[in-house]
Design a protein around this ligand. Structure first.
Ligand code: GLU
Length: 298
């Protein structure tokens, strides 16, 4: 893994959008929060395009991101890192975890998982636990597969994903996994991670050879990111990130989680619900200054 050359001892911030739609006000808020917090500590500001998912990410959305951020007047350092150009870095990290016996192949389809969860629920007579995003924890069907069986099935071309053995990860990572959260005044507090609440997360798939979790920790380390500013929707996932950082021997940045903007109906702004994009607002004559003002960064 080739790290970007260290430029200075300055704090390093990054805004890391996924190009699977046009940016909306929620993204603008996150980007402006990064800019404001970086400016407070004379930090550097990087832009990273998280385009590992070839199905959902589109090149025209990358152009849109650059155009919208430029219009907002936020200046990012060059070059912009595009995750799809660095798959070898994530593969290298994955093999470190594999060598440590932390990764296993899982051949379950979504349907298999659903059926296994339903079976367990009827056995134990209560609902199966869900992760912080509301998905049922992986019930572990493939965790104990004999290596020879797994290799034979892989050899036969059976579709599979690679999962992190979270119980083993927690043991190898040792106690006190956590991270520090900082506020706008620079105060910090330690948050203990609870990775077990996520179960055996997927680290790689056939079509996407790395997961968001793995790519984000590798990139934050390679880019020397010291301050991660992102929405509260990614707060719980930081448990996984702190665990992976420990297992891979990577530094844990400081974190700040900002509130999410909600729409008139009280729902989180999301591309999937076609929230008004910055491009649409711009076409209607809204200016960048108005957006900054409206979001409290005027
Ligand atoms: N790419 C992620 C997203 O657009 C954000 C990643 C991060 O800030 O860690 O939701």
């Amino acid at each position: 893994m080739a790290a970007d050359p260290p430029v200075s001892g300055k704090p390093v911030f990054r805004f890391a959008p996924s190009p699977n739609g046009r940016l909306h006000l929620g993204h603008a808020f996150s980007a402006l929060a990064n800019e404001a917090l970086a400016q407070r500590v004379d930090g550097r500001l990087l832009l990273r395009i998280e385009d590992i998912d070839p199905v959902r990410c589109r090149p025209d959305y990358i152009d849109g991101i650059i155009e919208d951020l430029d219009w907002l007047g936020i200046r990012f350092e060059q070059p912009v890192r595009r995750q799809s150009a660095h798959l070898a870095d994530y593969a290298a990290a994955l093999s470190v975890l594999r060598v440590r016996g932390l990764v296993y192949p899982c051949f379950c389809s979504r349907q298999d998982v659903r059926a296994a969860v339903a079976r367990r629920e009827s056995e134990v007579g209560r609902p199966w636990p869900v992760d912080p995003d509301g998905a049922p924890l992986y019930p572990g069907c493939c965790r104990g597969l004999a290596e020879a069986d797994a290799s034979r099935r892989i050899g036969a071309g059976e579709p599979h994903v690679l999962r992190l053995d979270m119980a083993r990860a927690a043991i190898l990572a040792g106690g006190d996994i956590g991270y520090e959260v900082f506020d706008a005044d620079g105060r910090r507090r330690f948050v203990r991670a609870q990775p077990a609440r996520w179960g055996d997360v997927v680290l790689a798939r056939k079509d996407v050879p790395t997961s968001y979790h793995l790519a984000v920790v590798v990139d934050d380390a390679l880019q020397g990111v010291t301050h991660v500013v992102r929405g509260t929707d990614l707060e719980a996932a930081t448990d996984i990130h702190a665990t992976l950082q420990r297992l891979l021997g990577l530094p844990t940045p400081l974190y700040h989680f900002h509130e999410l903007l909600i729409d008139a109906e009280g729902r989180k702004l999301a591309k999937s619900r076609s929230s008004e994009s910055l491009a649409t607002l711009r076409e209607r004559g809204v200016t960048a200054a108005m957006i900054r003002q409206r979001l409290g960064f005027g």
